[in-house]
Design a protein around this ligand. Structure first.
Ligand code: ATP
Ligand code: MG
Length: 396
Protein backbone atom coordinates (compact mmCIF):
# COMPACT_ATOMS: atom_id res chain seq x y z
CA UNK A 1 0.00 0.00 0.00
CA UNK A 2 1.28 3.43 -0.90
CA UNK A 3 0.95 5.84 1.98
CA UNK A 4 2.53 8.96 0.46
CA UNK A 5 0.12 11.84 0.98
CA UNK A 6 0.00 12.76 -2.72
CA UNK A 7 -1.41 9.29 -3.42
CA UNK A 8 -3.70 9.18 -0.41
CA UNK A 9 -7.33 8.54 -1.35
CA UNK A 10 -9.08 11.83 -1.89
CA UNK A 11 -12.61 10.63 -1.23
CA UNK A 12 -14.03 9.44 2.07
CA UNK A 13 -17.52 8.68 3.32
CA UNK A 14 -18.64 10.94 6.11
CA UNK A 15 -21.23 9.40 8.38
CA UNK A 16 -23.50 10.91 10.98
CA UNK A 17 -24.54 8.18 13.39
CA UNK A 18 -28.22 7.94 14.28
CA UNK A 19 -30.04 7.41 17.54
CA UNK A 20 -27.01 5.90 19.21
CA UNK A 21 -25.97 9.42 20.07
CA UNK A 22 -28.92 9.49 22.45
CA UNK A 23 -27.97 6.37 24.29
CA UNK A 24 -25.57 7.91 26.80
CA UNK A 25 -23.62 5.21 28.55
CA UNK A 26 -24.18 2.63 25.82
CA UNK A 27 -22.77 4.88 23.18
CA UNK A 28 -19.34 3.24 23.06
CA UNK A 29 -20.80 -0.24 22.59
CA UNK A 30 -23.25 0.96 19.95
CA UNK A 31 -20.52 2.68 18.00
CA UNK A 32 -18.32 -0.41 18.18
CA UNK A 33 -21.17 -2.53 16.77
CA UNK A 34 -21.84 0.02 14.02
CA UNK A 35 -18.17 0.01 13.01
CA UNK A 36 -18.13 -3.78 12.97
CA UNK A 37 -21.27 -3.85 10.77
CA UNK A 38 -19.79 -1.26 8.41
CA UNK A 39 -16.62 -3.31 8.12
CA UNK A 40 -18.64 -6.41 7.40
CA UNK A 41 -20.58 -4.69 4.59
CA UNK A 42 -17.56 -3.02 3.01
CA UNK A 43 -14.78 -5.59 3.36
CA UNK A 44 -15.48 -7.27 0.00
CA UNK A 45 -14.78 -3.93 -1.75
CA UNK A 46 -11.29 -3.55 -0.24
CA UNK A 47 -9.66 -2.25 2.90
CA UNK A 48 -11.04 0.77 4.74
CA UNK A 49 -9.99 2.70 7.81
CA UNK A 50 -12.76 3.86 10.14
CA UNK A 51 -12.14 6.93 12.21
CA UNK A 52 -14.41 8.47 14.81
CA UNK A 53 -14.34 12.19 15.41
CA UNK A 54 -16.90 14.01 17.56
CA UNK A 55 -20.28 13.16 16.10
CA UNK A 56 -18.95 11.82 12.79
CA UNK A 57 -17.47 8.59 11.50
CA UNK A 58 -15.04 8.77 8.60
CA UNK A 59 -14.79 5.77 6.33
CA UNK A 60 -11.57 6.04 4.34
CA UNK A 61 -10.68 3.63 1.56
CA UNK A 62 -7.03 2.63 1.84
CA UNK A 63 -6.59 2.54 -1.93
CA UNK A 64 -7.63 4.84 -4.71
CA UNK A 65 -9.10 2.08 -6.87
CA UNK A 66 -11.87 1.24 -4.40
CA UNK A 67 -15.36 1.97 -5.78
CA UNK A 68 -16.43 4.72 -3.41
CA UNK A 69 -19.90 5.11 -4.96
CA UNK A 70 -20.67 1.44 -4.35
CA UNK A 71 -19.27 1.77 -0.83
CA UNK A 72 -21.61 4.73 -0.23
CA UNK A 73 -24.56 2.71 -1.57
CA UNK A 74 -23.78 -0.06 0.90
CA UNK A 75 -23.38 2.45 3.73
CA UNK A 76 -26.88 3.71 2.90
CA UNK A 77 -28.27 0.27 3.88
CA UNK A 78 -26.54 -0.03 7.24
CA UNK A 79 -28.79 0.62 10.24
CA UNK A 80 -27.67 3.11 12.87
CA UNK A 81 -26.76 5.82 10.35
CA UNK A 82 -28.76 9.06 10.24
CA UNK A 83 -27.00 10.66 7.25
CA UNK A 84 -23.97 10.20 5.04
CA UNK A 85 -22.12 11.82 2.18
CA UNK A 86 -19.10 11.27 0.01
CA UNK A 87 -16.55 14.00 0.78
CA UNK A 88 -13.48 15.23 -1.05
CA UNK A 89 -10.40 15.54 1.15
CA UNK A 90 -7.81 18.24 0.53
CA UNK A 91 -4.87 19.91 2.17
CA UNK A 92 -5.82 22.64 4.61
CA UNK A 93 -4.95 25.54 2.28
CA UNK A 94 -7.76 27.85 1.32
CA UNK A 95 -6.80 28.10 -2.39
CA UNK A 96 -6.64 24.33 -2.71
CA UNK A 97 -9.95 23.98 -0.86
CA UNK A 98 -11.75 26.47 -3.12
CA UNK A 99 -10.52 24.85 -6.35
CA UNK A 100 -11.45 21.42 -5.05
CA UNK A 101 -14.91 22.65 -4.00
CA UNK A 102 -15.60 24.04 -7.48
CA UNK A 103 -14.40 20.80 -9.05
CA UNK A 104 -16.05 18.33 -6.74
CA UNK A 105 -19.40 20.14 -6.40
CA UNK A 106 -19.41 21.59 -9.93
CA UNK A 107 -21.82 19.11 -11.47
CA UNK A 108 -24.40 19.63 -8.77
CA UNK A 109 -23.95 23.42 -8.72
CA UNK A 110 -24.54 23.54 -12.48
CA UNK A 111 -27.88 21.81 -12.03
CA UNK A 112 -29.34 24.22 -9.44
CA UNK A 113 -29.91 27.95 -9.20
CA UNK A 114 -29.46 28.64 -5.47
CA UNK A 115 -26.85 27.52 -2.97
CA UNK A 116 -25.33 28.26 0.38
CA UNK A 117 -21.88 27.63 1.85
CA UNK A 118 -21.57 26.14 5.33
CA UNK A 119 -18.20 26.03 7.07
CA UNK A 120 -17.12 24.28 10.25
CA UNK A 121 -13.68 24.71 11.71
CA UNK A 122 -12.72 22.26 14.45
CA UNK A 123 -9.01 22.84 13.82
CA UNK A 124 -8.69 26.27 15.38
CA UNK A 125 -5.14 26.69 14.04
CA UNK A 126 -6.59 27.18 10.55
CA UNK A 127 -6.08 30.90 9.83
CA UNK A 128 -9.64 31.70 8.67
CA UNK A 129 -12.73 31.61 10.89
CA UNK A 130 -15.86 29.80 9.73
CA UNK A 131 -17.63 33.03 8.59
CA UNK A 132 -14.48 34.01 6.68
CA UNK A 133 -14.36 30.62 4.94
CA UNK A 134 -18.04 31.00 4.01
CA UNK A 135 -17.45 34.45 2.60
CA UNK A 136 -14.42 33.45 0.52
CA UNK A 137 -16.02 30.26 -0.76
CA UNK A 138 -19.27 32.05 -1.56
CA UNK A 139 -17.47 34.68 -3.62
CA UNK A 140 -15.31 32.10 -5.36
CA UNK A 141 -18.21 29.84 -6.33
CA UNK A 142 -20.36 32.77 -7.51
CA UNK A 143 -17.53 33.80 -9.79
CA UNK A 144 -17.11 30.25 -11.14
CA UNK A 145 -20.83 29.64 -11.49
CA UNK A 146 -22.34 33.03 -12.35
CA UNK A 147 -25.85 31.58 -12.81
CA UNK A 148 -26.03 30.88 -9.04
CA UNK A 149 -27.62 32.96 -6.30
CA UNK A 150 -27.08 32.61 -2.59
CA UNK A 151 -30.15 31.57 -0.61
CA UNK A 152 -29.40 31.19 3.08
CA UNK A 153 -32.88 29.92 4.02
CA UNK A 154 -33.84 27.34 1.38
CA UNK A 155 -30.79 26.65 -0.77
CA UNK A 156 -31.17 23.97 -3.45
CA UNK A 157 -27.57 22.92 -2.92
CA UNK A 158 -25.14 23.10 -0.04
CA UNK A 159 -21.38 23.50 -0.23
CA UNK A 160 -20.04 22.27 3.10
CA UNK A 161 -16.41 22.86 4.06
CA UNK A 162 -15.15 21.26 7.25
CA UNK A 163 -11.67 21.99 8.55
CA UNK A 164 -10.76 19.08 10.75
CA UNK A 165 -7.54 17.75 12.30
CA UNK A 166 -6.77 15.37 9.44
CA UNK A 167 -7.60 17.62 6.52
CA UNK A 168 -10.26 19.72 4.87
CA UNK A 169 -13.46 17.95 3.83
CA UNK A 170 -15.79 19.18 1.12
CA UNK A 171 -19.22 17.76 0.52
CA UNK A 172 -22.76 18.68 -0.42
CA UNK A 173 -25.97 18.07 1.50
CA UNK A 174 -25.88 14.76 3.37
CA UNK A 175 -28.23 12.03 2.18
CA UNK A 176 -30.55 10.32 4.64
CA UNK A 177 -29.16 7.02 5.98
CA UNK A 178 -31.18 3.90 6.79
CA UNK A 179 -31.85 5.16 10.34
CA UNK A 180 -32.60 2.74 13.17
CA UNK A 181 -30.04 1.13 15.46
CA UNK A 182 -26.96 -0.94 14.61
CA UNK A 183 -27.95 -4.58 14.06
CA UNK A 184 -26.87 -6.61 17.10
CA UNK A 185 -27.24 -3.75 19.57
CA UNK A 186 -30.78 -4.85 20.44
CA UNK A 187 -30.20 -8.58 20.89
CA UNK A 188 -31.03 -11.61 18.76
CA UNK A 189 -34.36 -13.09 17.60
CA UNK A 190 -35.71 -15.90 15.43
CA UNK A 191 -37.57 -14.81 12.30
CA UNK A 192 -40.26 -17.23 11.16
CA UNK A 193 -39.84 -16.82 7.45
CA UNK A 194 -42.18 -18.16 4.80
CA UNK A 195 -41.84 -17.49 1.08
CA UNK A 196 -44.49 -14.77 1.30
CA UNK A 197 -44.34 -10.99 1.22
CA UNK A 198 -44.76 -10.26 4.91
CA UNK A 199 -42.12 -12.12 6.87
CA UNK A 200 -39.03 -10.67 5.11
CA UNK A 201 -40.48 -7.20 5.78
CA UNK A 202 -40.98 -8.12 9.44
CA UNK A 203 -37.32 -9.20 9.59
CA UNK A 204 -36.23 -5.92 8.01
CA UNK A 205 -38.18 -3.85 10.55
CA UNK A 206 -36.78 -5.71 13.56
CA UNK A 207 -33.25 -5.52 12.15
CA UNK A 208 -33.84 -1.79 11.87
CA UNK A 209 -34.39 -1.67 15.63
CA UNK A 210 -31.03 -3.34 16.20
CA UNK A 211 -32.04 -7.00 16.36
CA UNK A 212 -29.88 -9.61 14.67
CA UNK A 213 -31.79 -12.57 13.25
CA UNK A 214 -31.76 -16.29 12.69
CA UNK A 215 -34.33 -17.64 10.23
CA UNK A 216 -36.68 -20.58 10.79
CA UNK A 217 -38.57 -22.08 7.85
CA UNK A 218 -41.03 -24.98 7.97
CA UNK A 219 -41.22 -27.31 4.97
CA UNK A 220 -43.61 -30.14 4.15
CA UNK A 221 -42.07 -32.32 1.44
CA UNK A 222 -43.37 -33.71 -0.84
CA UNK A 223 -46.26 -31.22 -0.59
CA UNK A 224 -43.83 -28.33 -0.65
CA UNK A 225 -41.11 -28.54 -3.28
CA UNK A 226 -37.37 -28.01 -3.38
CA UNK A 227 -38.16 -24.83 -5.35
CA UNK A 228 -40.17 -23.38 -2.46
CA UNK A 229 -37.19 -23.94 -0.18
CA UNK A 230 -34.85 -22.33 -2.73
CA UNK A 231 -37.16 -19.34 -2.80
CA UNK A 232 -36.86 -18.85 0.95
CA UNK A 233 -33.09 -19.08 0.66
CA UNK A 234 -33.14 -16.37 -2.06
CA UNK A 235 -35.25 -14.19 0.22
CA UNK A 236 -32.86 -14.77 3.08
CA UNK A 237 -29.97 -13.77 0.84
CA UNK A 238 -31.50 -10.30 0.57
CA UNK A 239 -31.73 -10.00 4.32
CA UNK A 240 -27.98 -9.84 5.18
CA UNK A 241 -27.71 -6.63 3.17
CA UNK A 242 -29.33 -4.93 6.12
CA UNK A 243 -29.33 -7.57 8.87
CA UNK A 244 -25.82 -9.01 8.60
CA UNK A 245 -24.82 -12.65 8.57
CA UNK A 246 -27.52 -15.11 9.56
CA UNK A 247 -28.37 -18.78 9.88
CA UNK A 248 -31.46 -20.42 8.45
CA UNK A 249 -32.98 -23.48 10.11
CA UNK A 250 -35.21 -25.67 7.96
CA UNK A 251 -37.74 -27.70 9.95
CA UNK A 252 -39.45 -30.81 8.51
CA UNK A 253 -43.16 -30.27 9.16
CA UNK A 254 -44.92 -32.90 7.04
CA UNK A 255 -45.65 -35.43 9.73
CA UNK A 256 -47.07 -32.83 12.11
CA UNK A 257 -49.39 -31.49 9.43
CA UNK A 258 -50.51 -34.94 8.35
CA UNK A 259 -51.26 -35.90 11.94
CA UNK A 260 -53.20 -32.69 12.61
CA UNK A 261 -55.12 -33.25 9.36
CA UNK A 262 -55.87 -36.84 10.32
CA UNK A 263 -56.88 -36.35 13.95
CA UNK A 264 -58.08 -32.78 14.55
CA UNK A 265 -61.17 -30.87 13.42
CA UNK A 266 -60.59 -29.28 10.02
CA UNK A 267 -61.65 -25.78 11.09
CA UNK A 268 -58.91 -25.74 13.76
CA UNK A 269 -56.18 -27.10 11.49
CA UNK A 270 -54.41 -23.79 10.88
CA UNK A 271 -54.46 -22.62 14.46
CA UNK A 272 -53.12 -25.92 15.78
CA UNK A 273 -50.44 -25.94 13.10
CA UNK A 274 -49.39 -22.42 14.06
CA UNK A 275 -49.14 -23.46 17.70
CA UNK A 276 -46.75 -26.23 16.65
CA UNK A 277 -44.69 -23.69 14.76
CA UNK A 278 -44.47 -21.57 17.91
CA UNK A 279 -43.45 -24.49 20.10
CA UNK A 280 -40.71 -25.60 17.71
CA UNK A 281 -39.51 -22.03 17.15
CA UNK A 282 -39.34 -21.59 20.94
CA UNK A 283 -37.13 -24.68 21.29
CA UNK A 284 -34.81 -23.52 18.48
CA UNK A 285 -34.91 -19.95 19.76
CA UNK A 286 -33.81 -21.00 23.23
CA UNK A 287 -31.09 -23.19 21.78
CA UNK A 288 -29.68 -20.35 19.65
CA UNK A 289 -29.90 -17.50 22.20
CA UNK A 290 -32.95 -15.77 20.76
CA UNK A 291 -34.77 -13.36 23.04
CA UNK A 292 -37.93 -13.36 20.90
CA UNK A 293 -39.73 -14.79 17.87
CA UNK A 294 -40.63 -12.53 14.93
CA UNK A 295 -43.54 -13.15 12.55
CA UNK A 296 -45.06 -11.28 9.61
CA UNK A 297 -48.59 -11.34 11.01
CA UNK A 298 -50.87 -8.36 10.49
CA UNK A 299 -54.13 -8.04 12.39
CA UNK A 300 -57.13 -9.40 10.51
CA UNK A 301 -55.21 -10.23 7.32
CA UNK A 302 -56.29 -13.89 7.34
CA UNK A 303 -58.32 -16.15 9.66
CA UNK A 304 -55.27 -17.10 11.73
CA UNK A 305 -54.48 -13.44 12.38
CA UNK A 306 -57.62 -12.34 14.22
CA UNK A 307 -57.22 -11.36 17.86
CA UNK A 308 -58.66 -14.63 19.25
CA UNK A 309 -56.45 -16.66 16.86
CA UNK A 310 -53.36 -14.70 17.85
CA UNK A 311 -54.19 -15.31 21.53
CA UNK A 312 -54.27 -19.07 20.86
CA UNK A 313 -50.98 -18.91 18.92
CA UNK A 314 -49.27 -16.84 21.62
CA UNK A 315 -50.32 -19.30 24.32
CA UNK A 316 -48.05 -21.91 22.70
CA UNK A 317 -45.00 -19.64 22.46
CA UNK A 318 -42.43 -19.66 25.23
CA UNK A 319 -40.73 -16.48 24.02
CA UNK A 320 -42.16 -13.02 23.33
CA UNK A 321 -43.62 -12.88 19.81
CA UNK A 322 -42.80 -9.66 17.97
CA UNK A 323 -45.18 -8.76 15.15
CA UNK A 324 -43.87 -5.53 13.63
CA UNK A 325 -46.51 -5.56 10.86
CA UNK A 326 -49.47 -5.92 13.20
CA UNK A 327 -50.96 -2.50 12.43
CA UNK A 328 -49.97 -2.23 8.78
CA UNK A 329 -52.10 -2.48 5.65
CA UNK A 330 -50.98 -4.82 2.90
CA UNK A 331 -50.09 -1.94 0.57
CA UNK A 332 -47.82 -0.43 3.23
CA UNK A 333 -46.09 -3.78 3.63
CA UNK A 334 -45.71 -4.11 -0.14
CA UNK A 335 -44.13 -0.66 -0.37
CA UNK A 336 -41.39 -1.71 2.06
CA UNK A 337 -41.04 -5.07 0.36
CA UNK A 338 -40.32 -3.35 -2.96
CA UNK A 339 -37.85 -1.01 -1.34
CA UNK A 340 -35.83 -3.83 0.22
CA UNK A 341 -36.05 -5.81 -3.04
CA UNK A 342 -37.78 -8.88 -1.65
CA UNK A 343 -41.12 -8.26 -3.41
CA UNK A 344 -40.20 -9.75 -6.80
CA UNK A 345 -38.95 -12.93 -5.14
CA UNK A 346 -41.94 -13.13 -2.77
CA UNK A 347 -44.54 -12.98 -5.55
CA UNK A 348 -43.08 -15.93 -7.47
CA UNK A 349 -45.58 -18.78 -7.23
CA UNK A 350 -44.77 -21.36 -4.57
CA UNK A 351 -46.41 -23.65 -2.07
CA UNK A 352 -46.02 -22.80 1.58
CA UNK A 353 -46.77 -25.48 4.16
CA UNK A 354 -49.51 -23.09 5.38
CA UNK A 355 -51.27 -23.11 2.03
CA UNK A 356 -50.97 -26.83 1.33
CA UNK A 357 -53.41 -28.00 3.99
CA UNK A 358 -55.56 -24.89 4.35
CA UNK A 359 -59.06 -25.72 5.64
CA UNK A 360 -62.00 -24.51 3.56
CA UNK A 361 -63.63 -22.77 6.53
CA UNK A 362 -61.01 -21.89 9.13
CA UNK A 363 -62.39 -20.78 12.47
CA UNK A 364 -61.78 -17.07 12.96
CA UNK A 365 -62.69 -16.98 16.68
CA UNK A 366 -61.08 -20.06 18.16
CA UNK A 367 -61.31 -20.54 21.93
CA UNK A 368 -58.18 -21.78 23.65
CA UNK A 369 -60.02 -24.53 25.64
CA UNK A 370 -61.49 -25.82 22.39
CA UNK A 371 -58.05 -25.85 20.74
CA UNK A 372 -56.39 -27.57 23.71
CA UNK A 373 -59.10 -30.22 23.70
CA UNK A 374 -58.68 -30.80 19.96
CA UNK A 375 -54.88 -31.01 20.32
CA UNK A 376 -55.00 -33.49 23.18
CA UNK A 377 -55.36 -36.45 20.81
CA UNK A 378 -51.90 -35.73 19.33
CA UNK A 379 -48.61 -37.04 20.68
CA UNK A 380 -47.31 -33.47 20.74
CA UNK A 381 -44.01 -34.13 22.47
CA UNK A 382 -42.95 -36.95 20.20
CA UNK A 383 -43.95 -35.05 17.06
CA UNK A 384 -41.98 -31.99 18.12
CA UNK A 385 -38.95 -34.02 19.14
CA UNK A 386 -38.85 -35.72 15.77
CA UNK A 387 -39.19 -32.42 13.88
CA UNK A 388 -36.42 -30.78 15.92
CA UNK A 389 -34.15 -33.77 15.29
CA UNK A 390 -34.64 -33.32 11.54
CA UNK A 391 -33.68 -29.62 11.45
CA UNK A 392 -31.15 -28.67 8.76
CA UNK A 393 -28.99 -25.58 9.06
CA UNK A 394 -27.80 -23.17 6.35
CA UNK A 395 -25.48 -20.24 6.79
CA UNK A 396 -26.31 -17.23 4.66
P1 ATP B 1 -46.16 -14.23 4.78
O1 ATP B 1 -46.41 -13.29 3.64
O2 ATP B 1 -44.98 -13.82 5.62
O3 ATP B 1 -46.10 -15.66 4.33
P2 ATP B 1 -48.93 -14.45 5.35
O4 ATP B 1 -49.68 -13.20 5.31
O5 ATP B 1 -48.95 -15.34 4.16
O6 ATP B 1 -47.41 -14.11 5.73
P3 ATP B 1 -49.42 -16.71 7.05
O7 ATP B 1 -49.15 -17.62 5.94
O8 ATP B 1 -50.63 -16.90 7.88
O9 ATP B 1 -49.48 -15.18 6.61
O10 ATP B 1 -48.20 -16.67 8.02
C1 ATP B 1 -48.11 -15.79 9.08
C2 ATP B 1 -46.68 -15.78 9.59
O11 ATP B 1 -46.30 -17.10 10.00
C3 ATP B 1 -45.68 -15.45 8.49
O12 ATP B 1 -45.53 -14.07 8.32
C4 ATP B 1 -44.43 -16.10 9.02
O13 ATP B 1 -43.83 -15.31 10.03
C5 ATP B 1 -44.98 -17.37 9.64
N1 ATP B 1 -44.94 -18.49 8.67
C6 ATP B 1 -45.89 -18.87 7.79
N2 ATP B 1 -45.48 -19.93 7.06
C7 ATP B 1 -44.24 -20.24 7.49
C8 ATP B 1 -43.26 -21.22 7.15
N3 ATP B 1 -43.48 -22.11 6.18
N4 ATP B 1 -42.09 -21.22 7.82
C9 ATP B 1 -41.84 -20.31 8.79
N5 ATP B 1 -42.72 -19.37 9.15
C10 ATP B 1 -43.90 -19.32 8.52
MG1 MG C 1 -47.71 -17.08 4.06
Amino acid sequence: MNSKSTDAPRRVILIKAGELALKGLNRGTFEAILLKNLNHRLSSLGEFRMRKAQSAIFVEPLRNDIDIEEAARRVSEVFGIAAYSVAEVTEKKIDVILEAAADFLGKELLSVSTFKVEAKRSDKSFPLTSPEICEKAGEFLLERFPHLKVDVHHPQALAVIEIRDFGAYIHSRQLPGAGGMPVGSGGHAALLISGGIDSPVAGFLMAKRGISLSGIHFVSPPYTSERAEMKVKSLMEQVPRYAGHMELYIVPFTKIQVEIGRLCPEDLFTIIMRRFMMRIATILGNKYDCGALVTGESLGQVASQTLPAIACTDAAAGLPVLRPLIGMDKDEIITISRRIETYDISIQPYEDCCTVFTPRHPRTRPKLEMVLEAESVLDTEALIEEAVRGVRKYSI
